[in-house]
Design a binder for this molecule. Structure first.
Ligand code: HAM
Length: 433
């Protein structure tokens, strides 16, 4: 039986051309995060299932995760997200200097139906600040997210960060008589509002919430932070003051992409306060590019000192699709970087000398591709041209005997024979800058 050439459905398989795009995106994100003093960390891919059952939400763990027993009978899960592992690391390190500003690029796994922007193995950028109780951390997290997206240059208005607050939502629902025990179901209903056709959402939500549906519908219909009912029910409450002050501070900092949206509540159970999502407003990428929020009770689950946190997860694939939609990925990342030098080898007798020359060029920082297939000189020159090498360095019997290389400048057509060291420095001079 022949083996299939296809990987498992939804699993990540990136050819070099895809990897170049991903690396470009990752490096850009990394450089923006560094401007805010973030440091990178990593955590295990395989985790005990209890870690996620505690607070991520049963849907994510029981319906969307790869769970299996290991050889010792322990129930394990391929991490569907990183935040619980981060919380555990923080809880285990009480000596950390606060605030913690950490980032990571984990591979995550979710057993979802593969579709545009949704796969089963994906890379996420995670960015979190822990140990700051007030909204200054919320501001900082949203500033870094806004700057990351802007750094790619998508057109103005093509994306928006929508945010709300679970505390504010809870207080509003309570004020309208919805019991606290119903709030998780109410959040699930609000979360699905934009995902279902209106009649379907209404019928499903009314059945799920019964008499509480009207209050939930009213909250979801709030038009901005100036909504009269919001003002009437939450006047003077910290949750409303915080949301207003967050919007105002971000506005003063020049952020134009952020607004209040009561329909953002997020699917993960651990969120406590501010919650937000980044959406493509053009509608071509319907799933969120990024989601995050405040989780003030997660670190405390591990015993020891509780600690507040806020952060987000940004899907690298969803971001890539978004950037492609608006044509803002630079064209030159789609082709591979040409070598500075192609080392052409006259025959197998010169191969050892050619390896030595190639190595000395690499030591000088040059990207070198050397013929290792024993092709004819003509084919080696064609290959060098196809690769886009700036120089071809020919190593033949005369060059080996005299410690020289014959250097052809492929751009100018000029050719000269030089001692190896001079050839190397001349290429370095020509190719730098
Ligand atoms: P999340 O909303 O579950 O949040 O995921 C964040 C982002 O990961 C999504 O907006 C999406 O871009 C990407 N993503 C999620 N599932 C998939 C998938 N199946 N295929 C491709 N991309 C996907 C979290 O994971 C939180 N732990 C984020 C966080 C960090 N909150 C606080 N700190």
């Amino acid at each position: 039986m022949e083996l299939s050439t296809k990987p498992l459905s939804g699993m990540r398989q990136l050819y070099p051309a895809d990897m170049r795009v991903e690396s470009f995106i990752v490096e850009k994100i990394r450089s923006v995060a560094a401007l805010y003093g973030f440091e990178e960390y990593d955590a295990p891919t395989l985790e005990p299932v209890e870690l996620f059952l505690a607070k991520s939400g049963s849907e994510l763990v029981l319906e969307q995760s790869y769970c299996f027993p290991d050889r010792g009978g322990r129930q394990l899960v391929l991490r569907p997200e990183l935040t619980p592992s981060l919380a555990r690391m923080i809880a285990a390190s009480p000596e950390l200097r606060l605030p913690v500003r950490w980032t990571s690029f984990p591979l995550c796994f979710r057993y979802e139906r593969p579709q545009r922007g949704r796969v089963r193995e994906f890379r996420q950028f995670n960015c979190d600040i822990l140990g700051v109780d007030g909204i200054a951390a919320d501001v900082e997290i949203l500033l870094v997210l806004d700057r990351i997206v802007r750094s790619f240059g998508p057109p103005k208005g093509s994306w928006a960060i929508r945010m709300s607050s679970r505390t504010l939502a809870s207080e509003f629902l309570e004020a309208l008589g919805v019991d606290g025990g119903v709030h998780p179901a109410a959040f699930a209903v609000i979360d699905r509002k934009a995902k279902l056709p209106p009649e379907e959402w209404t019928a499903w939500a009314a059945e799920k919430l019964g008499g509480d549906f009207d209050a939930v519908r009213r909250f979801a219909a709030c038009e901005g932070l100036g909504d009269p009912l919001l003002e009437q029910k939450l006047r003077g409450r910290q949750s409303l003051l915080d949301m207003r002050s967050l919007v105002e501070t971000l506005g003063n900092a020049g952020v134009e992409s952020i607004s209040f949206d009561p329909c953002i509540v997020r699917g993960l159970d651990y969120y406590t306060g501010t919650v937000f999502e980044l959406m493509d407003t053009g509608g071509e990428n319907r799933r969120a590019v990024c989601g995050g929020g405040r989780y003030d009770n997660l670190v405390g689950l591990f015993g020891g000192k509780p600690m507040t946190g806020i952060g987000f997860g940004l899907g690298i694939l969803t971001l890539k699709l978004f950037l492609e939609t608006y044509g803002v990925l630079p064209a030159d990342i789609l082709s591979s970087r040409p070598p500075d030098v192609f080392v052409a080898v006259f025959s197998s007798s010169e191969r050892d000398a050619a390896f030595a020359v190639s190595e000395s060029m690499r030591t000088a920082g040059l990207a070198v591709e050397m013929d290792i297939e024993g092709r004819s000189m003509g084919r080696q020159f064609s290959m060098a041209a196809r690769l886009g090498a700036r120089f071809v360095a020919v190593i033949g019997p005369d060059e080996v005997a005299s410690g020289t290389v014959t250097l052809k400048d492929m751009e100018r057509g000029a050719q000269q024979t030089l001692p190896t060291a001079s050839a190397v420095s001349s290429i370095v001079t020509e190719t730098s800058g």
